[in-house]
Design a protein around this ligand. Structure first.
Ligand code: C2E
Ligand code: MG
Ligand code: MG
Ligand code: MG
Length: 292
């Protein structure tokens, strides 16, 4: 049984959303059932390169298509998945989905990477490497990276050297590596410099007010310079306005993600918007996918 303590901040969300439908079934069983019935799916949010002004990737974000409550965000269920026996099967499914989408884009002539949020145990047990290897073969993705393994800044790796070597191996299996939500917590310089990273993803709490507050600009400018000095690309999350986008671009930020560029969308919508036309449209925010 899943311990209430481990749920942390997700507790309230569970109580609010799931209890009315619970019928005495525990939260873990409900979520396990939802996952097994295919009610958990991935939404995709575009990642823009400021350099080429094209979409170079999509981050996969978990959603629960609840039969009664509608579409629920990850705060309602992802904690239960990643702290239970579902963690490994979910992680494998997640990487498989990313591979399937990457292949779909490649077949259409586009080179885009799919970002996935990996859980700590999926990394530390090395299970994600097996999933990468299987997926890469299954979808014939051998020629170029297809996935971005996002690792949370707040992760406490039990053995940093081991984490470094596992993530290093991931590069050889088609994955780039990004440090997620950087600047939201401890902002571990050790992680930023020692993990084999391609990208630092600046958390949206830092991006907010970047166009209006000098202290935010100085903070982000510092991260951009530090990232570049360490040969990492820097991505700003949570871009909600053209003013924020322009400021970040002028500051030398490499990549951006946020509602202003595109909202997370279901797979069907993604395909309709981005793969149905060769030309930039309003539905794609005026951007084209990268052809590599
Ligand atoms: P994250 O990885 O930092 O993902 C970005 C979050 O910011 C997403 O929230 C996205 O919808 C939201 N976002 C993007 N642009 C904007 C914006 O312009 N403004 C605002 N206000 N928000 C924006 P979401 O989808 O609710 O996901 C929350 C977190 O849940 C993710 O944060 C990630 O840490 C976690 N998560 C999502 N899917 C998975 C998963 O499959 N596995 C694991 N382990 N964690 C996941
Ligand atoms: Mg992420
Ligand atoms: Mg993030
Ligand atoms: Mg974040």
């Amino acid at each position: 049984m899943y311990e209430a303590k481990q749920r942390g901040k997700n507790c309230i969300a569970f109580a609010d959303v799931i209890s009315p439908t619970a019928d005495g079934e525990d939260v873990f069983s409900i979520i396990k059932g939802a996952f097994e019935r295919g009610q958990v799916e991935l939404f995709y949010q575009p990642i823009l390169s400021f350099q080429c002004n094209e979409i170079v990737g999509f981050e996969a974000l978990a959603r629960w298509r609840h039969p009664k409550q509608g579409i629920l965000g990850p705060e309602h269920f992802i904690g239960v998945i990643t702290h239970s026996a579902l963690s490994l099967p979910y992680g494998q499914w997640l990487i498989d989905q990313a591979g399937r989408m990457a292949q779909r884009f490649r077949e259409a002539g586009y080179q885009v990477l799919i970002g996935v949020n990996l859980s700590q145990d999926h990394i530390e047990t090395g299970a994600f490497l097996e999933a990468l290897s299987t997926t890469r073969t299954r979808y014939d993705l051998m020629t170029a990276p297809f996935l971005i393994a996002e690792v949370l800044e707040s992760t406490h790796f039990h053995d940093l050297d081991l984490a470094c070597s596992l993530l290093q191996e991931a590069h050889a299996l088609g994955a780039e590596v990004a440090l997620d939500d950087f600047g939201s917590g401890i902002s571990s310089i050790t992680y930023a410099s020692q993990l084999p990273l391609n990208t630092l993803k600046i958390d949206r709490t830092a991006t907010r007010h970047v166009d209006s507050r000098l202290d935010r600009q100085q903070f982000i400018s510092g991260i951009i310079h530090m990232g570049h000095a360490m040969q990492r690309q820097v991505l700003a999350e949570g871009i909600e306005s053209q003013a924020q986008l322009d400021t970040l671009k002028a500051m030398g930020c490499d990549l951006g993600q946020g509602y202003h560029i595109g909202r997370p969308m279901a797979e069907g919508e993604l395909i309709a918007r981005y793969l149905s036309s060769q030309h930039p449209t309003e539905a794609t925010g005026g951007y084209l996918l990268c052809r590599g």
